[in-house]
Write a new protein. Structure first.
Length: 212
């Protein structure tokens, strides 16, 4: 393979083998484990190199978003790189760890910049549970979140309460902050105003993606 380093060849071979054997490409974490790369950023470095050299393309809006060049549509019909935004997807958010700690990041996806606002301040989060079903956010969905420590009343936010992140409507009241689920079967989470800190707010939800 002309123009590829040995490690880039190995990465491309692993992706091709995964598609041939399983019918779909590997995740960033699987590539890292196979190649002995601990950081998703390190995996991304190899994938970007394969893209630049024309061997690989990552499609927007997909978790497993790798596609070999020979399976691709014509380049003229694809979004330009400048129109795509890389978004880190978090599998969880844990207290005591930086938001984008390696343990939290499970994947990176590329989305059209027109679909989300916030630029580099956007991150993705996989939703678990049914607390926001009446707002159209279902378990298994991916939400796009603009990282910020403030929100307006009624915004859907991601907040770190206790040891886990939660997705709820945000309602600051006089004596407490109410995190309201969009599910009539569930009670709100109340945080006393004296206990509430702006660092509990991780960001505002600006988009939802669902694979069907």
């Amino acid at each position: 393979m002309q123009g590829l380093t040995k490690r880039q060849e190995q990465t491309l071979d692993y992706i091709r083998k995964s598609i041939e054997e399983r019918g779909y490409p590997p995740t960033l974490r699987e590539i890292g484990e196979h190649m002995g790369i601990r950081s998703t950023n390190g995996v991304n470095d190899h994938l970007r190199a394969l893209e630049r050299k024309g061997y690989l393309r990552r499609e927007d809006m997909k978790s497993r978003a790798l596609k070999l060049v020979e399976d691709m549509q014509p380049a003229a019909s694809r979004p330009a790189d400048d129109d795509l935004l890389e978004v880190r997807v978090l599998g969880r958010v844990a207290a005591g760890l930086p938001l984008f700690a390696e343990e939290n990041v499970i994947d990176t996806i590329r989305v059209d910049r027109m679909m989300v606002r916030g630029g580099r301040e956007i991150f993705g989060l996989r939703v678990t549970g049914d607390s926001m079903i009446d707002a159209g956010i279902l378990s298994g969905d991916y939400i796009f979140v603009k990282k910020q420590s403030t929100a307006d009343r009624g915004d859907i936010v991601v907040a770190l309460i206790g040891d886990e992140a939660t997705v709820k409507y945000y309602f600051p009241e006089r004596d407490y902050v109410r995190f309201q689920p969009a599910n009539a079967q569930m009670a709100p989470i109340l945080v006393r105003a004296t206990d509430f800190k702006s660092t509990m707010l991780l960001g505002k939800v600006v988009g939802v993606y669902r694979r069907i």
